[in-house]
Ligand binder design. Structure first.
Ligand SMILES: Nc1ncnc2c1ncn2[C@@H]1O[C@H](COP(=O)(O)OP(=O)(O)OP(=O)(O)O)[C@@H](O)[C@H]1O
Length: 242
């Protein structure tokens, strides 16, 4: 059972900063739409360390996707900071060290499942035969070998998401950011995807996953509850973080 603990902001200067994968300090993101300011994140201060498995749980519009994009260097803060002490600077983060899994339809349509999985390795500079070999090993590991030559449009939603997981893990990233990867799957398929993802993750890799699904969140070690662009509470299996 997850045990509620009172939310306390993580101190801005942590004792083991070097092992922190990503940290934010007073991270704020505002969007201007038709002359109106939408404050998507309010001064969030947090850290993610190796091996952490974190669910971001919150209502639609609470800021989960915005936070994930900032944690992955896909977006820039309006104010405050995001840093990757153990990974380098935003410009050098990808390909390889940080991976994303999105809700759906993120595979490249003209490429086969195998080529989709090989792509991050090729972008990281690996030559094509080696990349395809490693990609095939990952498809086998995730019991997807039979789908290697299929195009994304020929895959079921669950199969496509498992291929997306293989693609996210093929570079052995340190940080995996997942934005509702089970959002369009039925509950059995969603749990299967979680089985695959959790069993294939390296022990010292961290996972931060946005979800609306409490059953999916319950598979992870900690739940960060988001409300109105803020962390409202952290629940944890292991007790309070330092
Ligand atoms: N590119 C954008 N332009 C304008 N407003 C945005 C943009 N991205 C996010 N927002 C706004 O920021 C707030 C947070 O959105 P965000 O997508 O992060 O929430 P979420 O918790 O991921 O929602 P959902 O669960 O529906 O995906 C919302 O009010 C949203 O409308």
């Amino acid at each position: 059972m997850l045990k509620p603990i009172p939310f306390q902001p993580v101190p801005m200067i942590a004792p083991q900063t070097a092992s922190v994968l990503v940290e934010t300090s007073a991270l704020t993101r505002r969007f201007e739409v038709d002359g109106q300011t939408i404050q998507a994140l309010h001064e969030m201060t947090l850290q993610v360390r190796p091996g952490e498995r974190i669910a971001l749980l919150g209502a639609s519009g609470s800021g989960k996707s915005t936070l994930l994009h900032l944690l992955g260097g896909l977006d820039t803060p309006s104010s405050g900071q995001v840093d990757w002490p153990a990974l380098g600077r935003a410009e050098t983060l990808r390909p390889g060290k940080v991976s994303f899994v999105f809700q759906a339809q993120s595979l490249m349509p003209p490429l086969t499942a195998l080529e989709n999985v090989a792509l991050p390795l090729m972008l990281a500079g690996q030559d094509t035969p080696d990349a395809l070999k490693v990609a095939r090993e990952w498809l086998e590991r995730l019991e997807l070998a039979a789908l290697a030559d299929q195009l994304p449009e020929e895959l079921s939603g669950g199969q496509a998401q498992r291929v997306a997981v293989a693609r996210a893990l093929v570079t052995r990233p340190r940080l995996i950011l997942a934005d509702e990867p089970t959002g369009q799957l039925d509950s059995v398929t969603a749990q299967h995807l979680m089985d695959v993802l959790l069993s294939a993750l390296d022990d010292d890799a961290a996972l931060v996953m946005a979800t609306h699904d409490a059953a999916v969140a319950g598979r992870l070690d900690a739940v960060w509850h988001m409300q109105g662009g803020r962390l409202s509470m952290i629940t944890s299996r292991k007790g309070e973080r330092t």
